[in-house]
Design a protein around this ligand. Structure first.
Ligand code: GTP
Length: 235
């Protein structure tokens, strides 16, 4: 395998499947099977999951809610998704640990970097919940932060599009996909890969990002094998 330790970022929306809200158990089970393929090949897996299928802090703020309050609600949404994913992964036979940036000791371990790394070394999948534990930060930023902290080889951003395009492929039919980009290219071309905080953190730490379609069966294992799937952003 090309990568020994990965940080997989999944969006909360991805868990909705065909629904408009919440969690689709079928989709969860499918993701668990995708993740199992790389787990069986010995890849160490850390996961950060978003919460947008349940609550988005920014959306709350645009409806008049206090932004900080909304962001904390969003963090709790990621814990719910983390618990759901943990259940699905364990049903599929994997060992997992859920660690949260906000302490909720009855349901998860508090985030402790050294403990997370130890779990990874023992082949447990570590899910990081509650984002960074701070308002005004996205779960993409949490993904890069945790990726840097546990010394992941790469951030795998699993989305529903198959990479980074010259323009939004859902709006512009002439848009074409990039296979590889440098961090500089992304900034120069003004492409939207992650929010600025997340992207800068990744660039400063030379942590590559691969954007790929997580809904296509077999893609995750191909990415980990080093096949050119999606778009790779590197130094
Ligand atoms: P090792 O030290 O490598 O054996 O890791 P371990 O996670 O198996 O050991 P530990 O004794 O720390 O944890 C045993 C179980 O308790 C695991 O399922 C942990 O996820 C869980 N656990 C540990 N700390 C906490 C906590 O603060 N809250 C909750 N809810 N569970 C915890």
């Amino acid at each position: 395998m090309k990568y020994n330790r990965i940080l997989l970022k999944l969006s909360g929306e991805a868990l909705m499947g065909e629904r408009q809200y919440g969690i689709d158990p079928q989709r969860l089970a499918e993701y668990a099977q995708e993740i199992k393929q790389i787990h069986d090949k010995g890849v160490q897996i850390a996961i950060v999951i978003g919460g947008g299928n349940i609550f988005r802090g920014l959306a709350g703020a645009s409806n008049g809610m206090d932004r900080v309050q909304g962001d904390y609600m969003g963090m709790l949404a990621t814990v719910i998704n983390g618990m759901a994913l943990q259940g699905a992964l364990e049903d599929a036979g994997m060992q997992t640990r859920l660690q949260t940036a906000l302490e909720i000791k009855a349901i998860a371990e508090p985030y402790i970097k050294r403990k997370a790394v130890r779990h990874l070394e023992k082949g447990r999948i570590v899910i990081f919940g509650a984002g960074t534990g701070n308002p005004y930060f996205t779960t993409d930023t949490a993904a890069v932060l945790r990726g840097v902290e546990v010394e992941a080889d790469v951030i795998l951003k699993g989305t529903r599009v198959d990479g980074i395009y010259t323009a939004d492929p859902e709006k512009d039919l002439t848009a074409t996909k990039y296979d590889t980009l440098t961090f500089e290219d992304v900034l120069k071309k003004g492409l939207n890969v992650m929010d600025t905080t997340a992207f800068t953190l990744s660039q400063e730490n030379a942590l590559p990002i691969i954007v790929f379609d997580m809904n296509k069966p077999g893609n995750l294992v191909k990415v980990c094998e080093g096949e050119l799937v999606g778009t790779t952003v590197n130094v």
